[in-house]
Design a protein around this ligand. Structure first.
Ligand SMILES: [Ca+2]
Length: 266
């Protein structure tokens, strides 16, 4: 090789090596922000149960065979206990002007958010004795738990990961088809995914809890059509997963129906 071509050959080798490194890195480390078009699926209605039309549903969660429901609005907020047939077993009104929001079960306790009061109430189970009040910044919308951590929404496109003392330990921006998914509301962690209602949407969004990417959209327009809400404010909002049956319990604010549905496995 002549002296003239040696530097050119060396440069070409370097560029080839660099291209190989980039290609290998790309292959082994997928871009977490890659645009993934979510698949779509439909829920199958297994049965329908009555739901109290006075319940402005903000949170729904099972603890074993007991269903807990948090309802909102000032001077109307409550925490309710129901059975698997939707029968109301107990209702505890919230005090004063508290506007309750989402609820979740974590480490044997029930956590209940508030909209603008910046307070999260912690209750014993099954007795619902309030044993603690935790504080946080901003608004509270939806809440769920992955077993050890709490996952919270506040109406934005970001989920907030908190420990049991409600200290912020992580943020998870959520995207759908590469775009931020805002208005995240009621949540449910099930089958290794986060399921989310989005305010004023008839869809459930199935979110990868590591990357924040919507993997599937569960089209619940048929449920909304069957319910035929009496007001546009009475939106689809309420997700609880019943582990024993593998079925989801879905409802909305002031809906007359609690739908028990099967959603194809992720
Ligand atoms: Ca829930």
């Amino acid at each position: 090789m002549s002296k003239l071509f040696a530097p050119i050959a060396a440069t070409l080798c370097s560029l080839t090596l660099l291209a190989c490194i980039v290609a290998c890195k790309g292959k082994n480390e997928p871009d977490p922000h890659a645009i993934i078009a979510p698949a779509r699926c439909l829920p199958r209605i297994v049965r329908t149960l009555p739901h109290d039309t006075a319940a402005f549903t903000q949170g729904l969660v099972f603890n074993g065979e007991t269903l807990y429901e948090s309802t909102g609005l000032r001077h109307q907020s409550s925490i309710r206990i129901l059975d698997t047939n939707g029968l109301l077993l107990a209702l505890r009104p919230m005090s004063g002007a508290v506007f309750a929001e989402g609820c979740a079960v974590c480490a044997g306790n029930l956590y209940q958010l508030t909209w603008q009061e910046r307070q999260c109430f912690v209750y014993t189970l099954p007795g619902l004795t309030c044993i603690d009040t935790l504080s946080y910044a901003g608004e509270g919308w939806g809440l769920t738990a992955n077993g050890t951590q709490l996952i919270m929404s506040n109406g934005s496109d970001t989920l907030y990961i908190r420990d049991r003392r409600f200290s912020l330990i992580g943020r998870l921006p959520v995207t759908c088809g590469g775009k931020p998914l805002g208005r995240l509301n009621e949540l449910e962690f099930a089958r290794g995914c986060v399921y989310a209602n989005v305010w004023f949407s008839d869809y459930l969004f199935e979110i990868d809890p590591q990357r924040g990417i919507v993997k599937r959209i569960i089209d619940c327009a048929d449920l909304v059509a069957r319910e035929a809400p009496s007001s546009e404010d009475h939106v689809f909002n309420g997700i609880a997963y019943h582990t024993e049956s593998g079925l989801f319990y879905l409802t909305g604010k002031r809906w007359k129906t609690l739908f028990v549905v099967e959603i194809p496995a992720p």
